[in-house]
Design a protein. Structure first.
Lengths: 342, 337
């Protein structure tokens, strides 16, 4: 009996185990459910069918404003941020072959954070529109620094990790220092930014973030086979005809391309990049091409759910989504660890 | 043989040099600050204490306790970092992975809000209980597999439990802000404000922990060659792993309780020392203890001057001093394996 769905065509071939296919469908359904529930719940409770009606009917219903202007852009931001950070974590974990790697631990997020806090405490006069620019630049500089400092006749995963920890620690120190010296008001803004929040996102933000993902996500998927080979180890990968060094640079760049814009628009939402790939790995096979969509959707669901809890559970307070990502992700992950104990 | 003798000689020299640096750091830490105590007064304060002398009083009431805390915490963090990285076979692991920091902070916030505990001395015990509890939880989850404690599981379980406690803490802080002040101390980490009477009873436990770690070092070297090999050589790997976990949780728990969340030392000092002496734990453990203590002492001194009269969080200084050196060593690569 066939255990996988095989496609062989002139343009390429792939196979998907049925079990993974089932898991993927399940994850998709969970994500759509989270989206739907998020659109319903909030200050004004909207019935599920009314939410559908606002999308389907041409005439604007009474809830159109709440759904389409307030909730939908925020939801989409949460989804995109979660997906981007999760995939960035997956790429890093695959490249470095270490399950603890994530954009935060390697220094990409901390570079963006340091730059953003620098902006908030020293250059806030320029206008808040510059914050994402600073954050993306900070992430790029951090990643570049890590790569250059780790280079010695090529980079090895081990050196990349160690240098990454170092850069991350230095950036973290700069961030803490800036928060310590700046005024209380600035510190609070900085803290909220560091926790990560999609509060007050509008369509403008969505339009700004979406193009980045439209480039980086397909690009990542295209590299899936090489990443699979790279995970086998340097020697095997080289034997399979992969330029390991070049791939490593591309992957590092890709993880920045994924994480930096997300961090720039929503702040340093932690934990998604670390946990989403692991949850995905426990549900789907280890093949990167299948892991990636699963990771992206799990990351998206996590942040959307976290934001939903943050804005509904403690009304009228609006808690940053970053707070609850781990509150949801960690127990689920611990359950998965527990289930697979044999 | 000749080469190995030479290596031993070199390493002994390194240990001596490190001890000298530690002594120097200790003296500097006691002498310098907002108010500089002349060196001869430092000497006198130890041997001919005069309660009427301002210098002597400063040393006895604030500087001494600070230096001792920095010394003890630095050594404990560095050694538990070495053990953690060995136990999990992961260079990214640090004592914080066992959830000790997150556990300690959560318990402090919980007790501050629910039971209105406020004194610093009570906090030390609460923090230790929280740290051990989180550590035990991580250990339990990490060793549930059929082959006992597995490196990957423990690292993942630790990351998850830490994150969980952290988000509980944030949740509590959102609901009520009373815990915020007391928590900032732990989040930022500090070696100041401890009374000598509080610290002294704790030190013997720390000393015992470090000593046991040193005693276990030959066994740790064997464990390093892999579970199967170690078992084949007759080692009780399960017992050793339990012992190591208890040591890590104990050492890290005490240091979190004493000085709050000071990052970097537990993660980075082991790598620094490894660059010099390789993976031989007989040298790695004592040297890490001495280096960790010196680094924290010096960082504490620097933290008094950077933004004087304000003090910079000590974790910031450790990172800023240590990072360039650390990156240099990471580039240079390890000596052995």
């Amino acid at each position: 009996m066939a255990k996988q769905w095989v496609v062989r065509q002139r343009w390429g071939s792939f196979s998907v185990p049925y079990q993974a296919l089932l898991a993927l469908i399940l994850i998709t359904m969970v994500m759509l459910l989270v989206m739907w529930v998020s659109l319903c719940l909030g200050d004004t409770l909207i019935m599920p069918r009314d939410v559908l009606a606002t999308f389907l009917s041409e005439s604007s219903s009474e809830f159109a404003f709440v759904v389409e202007v307030l909730r939908l852009p925020r939801l989409l931001m949460a989804a995109m941020v979660g997906a981007a950070l999760a995939v960035s974590g997956l790429v890093l974990q695959s490249m470095i072959r270490n399950p603890l790697a994530s954009p935060d631990i390697i220094g990409i997020t901390s570079g963006a954070s340091a730059a953003a806090v620098t902006f908030l405490s020293l250059f806030a006069g320029l206008g808040m529109g510059w914050l994402p620019v600073f954050a993306i630049a900070g992430a790029l500089v951090a990643a570049l620094a890590i790569y250059v400092l780790a280079w010695r006749n090529g980079v090895t995963p081990m050196r990349l990790i160690l240098v990454g920890i170092g850069v991350s620690a230095a950036m973290g120190a700069v961030t803490t220092l800036l928060i310590a010296v700046s005024s209380t008001a600035t510190s609070i803004t900085a803290y909220i930014w560091l926790t990560g929040s999609v509060y007050g996102s509008d369509w403008h933000d969505v339009r700004a973030l979406a193009p980045w993902l439209l480039v980086s996500m397909p690009l990542t998927l295209c590299l899936a086979r090489r990443i699979n080979a790279q995970e086998l180890g340097d020697q095997l990968a080289t034997g399979l005809g992969i330029s390991v060094q070049r791939l490593r640079l591309v992957l590092l760049g890709l993880s920045v391309l994924l994480a930096a814009p997300a961090v720039a628009y929503a702040g340093a939402v932690g934990f998604v990049g670390l946990i989403a790939p692991h949850i995905a790995r426990r549900l789907v096979t280890r093949s990167f091409g299948l892991l990636m969509p699963a990771t992206a959707m799990i990351g998206a669901s996590l942040v959307m759910l976290a934001d939903l809890i943050g804005r509904t559970l403690f009304q009228p307070l609006d808690i940053p989504a970053g707070v609850f990502v781990s509150a949801i992700g960690a127990p689920f992950f611990i359950f998965l660890l527990y289930r697979q104990r044999f | 043989m000749l080469i190995s003798y030479q290596a031993v000689g070199l390493r002994s020299g390194l240990v001596l040099l490190s001890l000298l640096v530690l002594l120097l750091s200790f003296v500097v830490s006691v002498a310098f600050g907002q108010y500089t105590v002349p060196l001869h007064s430092v000497w006198d304060a130890f041997w001919q204490y005069d309660p009427n002398s301002i210098d002597h009083v400063i040393i006895h009431t604030t500087r001494m306790s600070r230096a001792i805390v920095a010394c003890a915490v630095g050594a404990a963090l560095a050694v538990s970092g070495v053990l953690m990285q060995t136990l999990t076979r992961n260079p990214l692991a640090s004592p914080a992975i066992f959830g000790v920091n997150a556990g300690a902070v959560f318990f402090i916030v919980l007790f501050a809000q629910v039971f209105s505990v406020t004194t610093l001395n009570d906090y030390i015990w609460i923090a230790f209980v929280g740290a051990s509890l989180a550590g035990a939880l991580v250990y339990g989850l990490g060793s549930m597999g059929h082959d006992g404690l597995s490196p990957v599981r423990i690292v993942l379980a630790g990351a998850a439990i830490s994150a969980l406690f952290m988000s509980f803490t944030q949740g509590l802080l959102v609901i009520g802000q009373e815990g915020l002040d007391s928590v900032l101390f732990w989040v930022a980490g500090s070696v100041s404000g401890r009374e000598l009477d509080t610290i002294l009873p704790i030190l013997p436990y720390l000393g015992a922990g470090l000593f046991v770690a040193l005693l276990l070092s030959p066994h740790i070297n064997i464990l390093l060659s892999g579970d199967d090999v170690a078992k084949g050589l007759g080692q009780n790997t399960l017992l050793l792993k339990v012992a190591l976990s208890v040591l890590i949780i104990g050492l890290a728990g005490i240091s979190v309780a004493l000085a709050g969340n000071i990052g970097f030392i537990g993660l980075v000092v082991p790598h620094m020392v490894r660059a010099f002496v390789g993976n031989d734990h007989k040298w790695l453990i004592p040297l890490a203890a001495v280096w960790g203590a010196s680094l924290l002492l010096l960082s504490d001194v620097v933290s008094r001057f950077v933004l004087a009269p304000e003090e910079v969080p000590i974790g910031v200084v450790t990172a800023l001093i240590g990072t360039p050196f650390f990156i240099y060593l990471a580039r240079k690569g390890r000596k052995h394996g």
